[in-house]
Design a protein around this ligand. Structure first.
Ligand SMILES: *Cc1c(COP(=O)(O)O)cnc(C)c1O
Length: 353
């Protein structure tokens, strides 16, 4: 593939590593590619980062035909840069595209585009502990048309954002509230696709949780409001009676790359693990019998997010002793060591840039 590169003549000043937050600063360049029915995906190019000018009738603005991804580039101790399981994100993006009636892309083209852009921006990958370069590939429907159908034209772009350490004050547990009024996704819906509407749909429940002093929402299934699905924008795990349990993928749960990596690691470590339906009642019963020792979320941003407190209806429980548990700790350490190149992960997990 021939990627045209147009460099900026106004490079930005790079922020100090300790000034990095999440998602508000972007690098100098972006990758763009277009789709038309006649040409397919064409004109791959790296250009200066900047606005996308669009007609007010552009379909993505009205009907949310969009998919996105999120992964990171990490700085290794020797100064090199690496990606963590990027093909998993690319394959998931194509599955999301299929669900949203967006034409799929060639995996190798997208991997090449990711690497070319990160390589051009390699000075933007921060090096302090816990910092990284967040990568956001996105596809949007571009037809200027008011009417519900799949768009005929699309734009694919990738933007990059240097991000700070997720746990600058140390690895701390969060408090979560079980949502009884709102659901994130329903059977047959788009819950397993990374598409914008899912996040718009989650905001109000998030507001309610924040007002009550909770950091994240624990989502129950959209049919019976009974089975656990996810926490915030993360997958969720429980440690019950020594077994690591996560809800099985059912079409409404987002299949996280971190979730899958956690499963592969704990299986390799020989720990008891199961993917199955787990109800909120099972969790509360495990707590009452003293068998619930840990809850944690998993996702690219936080890697592992231990849960210290959970509220369901009028019951508030402290998970374990409210501190980070041993499984959460071990997984966090193992995953970040692999991501930052301190240890070797399983075959095929790392892609050098
Ligand atoms: C992205 C996302 C996750 C986590 O996926 P990772 O690939 O591990 O980052 C989990 N749930 C939702 C709803 C998500 O959007």
């Amino acid at each position: 593939m021939n990627i045209t590169v147009t460099r900026t003549d106004q490079p930005k000043t790079k922020p100090a590593d300790d000034k990095l937050g999440f998602g508000s600063l972007f690098t100098d360049h972006m990758f763009n590619m277009d789709y038309t029915p006649e040409k397919g995906w064409h004109n791959p190019r790296i250009e200066p980062y900047g606005p996308i000018v669009m007609d007010p009738a552009t379909m993505v603005l009205h009907y949310g035909q969009e998919v996105f991804e999120g992964l990171k580039a990490y700085r290794k101790p020797d100064g090199g840069i690496q990606l963590f399981r990027p093909l998993e994100n690319i394959r998931r993006m194509n599955r999301s595209c299929r669900r949203l009636c967006i034409p799929e892309m060639d995996e190798t083209v997208i991997l090449e585009a990711l690497k070319a852009l990160v390589d051009l921006e390699r000075d933007w990958v921060p090096g302090s502990p816990g910092t990284s370069l967040y990568i956001r590939p996105t596809v949007i429907a571009m037809d200027p048309f008011l009417g519900v159908r799949a768009s005929h034209t699309y734009r694919f772009f990738i933007i990059l954002s240097p991000v700070g350490a997720y746990y600058p004050e140390g690895f701390n547990p969060i408090k979560i509230l079980v949502s009884k009024d709102y659901v994130r996704a329903v059977r047959g819906g788009v819950g397993e696709a990374k598409t914008c509407g899912n996040y718009a749909a989650s905001l109000l429940a998030g507001d309610v949780a924040h007002r009550e002093g909770y950091t994240q929402v624990l989502w129950l299934d959209g049919v019976e409001l009974k089975y656990i699905e996810e926490v915030g924008s993360m997958n969720i795990f429980f440690v019950i009676d020594g077994e690591i349990v996560t809800p099985e993928l059912n079409g409404s749960i987002l299949p996280g790359v971190t979730r899958n990596s956690v499963l592969e690691l704990v299986r390799a470590w020989g720990l008891a693990v199961s993917e199955r339906k787990i109800s909120i009642d099972d969790v509360m019963a495990a707590q009452r019998s003293g068998k619930l020792t840990e809850i944690f979320g998993s996702g690219t941003a936080a890697v592992i997010s231990p849960v210290g407190e959970l509220k369901y209806a009028d019951t508030v429980i402290t998970v374990g002793d409210g501190q980070v548990g041993p499984v959460s700790n071990r997984l966090y350490q193992a995953l970040t060591d692999i991501q930052f190149g301190l240890t070797q992960g399983p075959e095929g997990w790392i892609e050098s840039v």
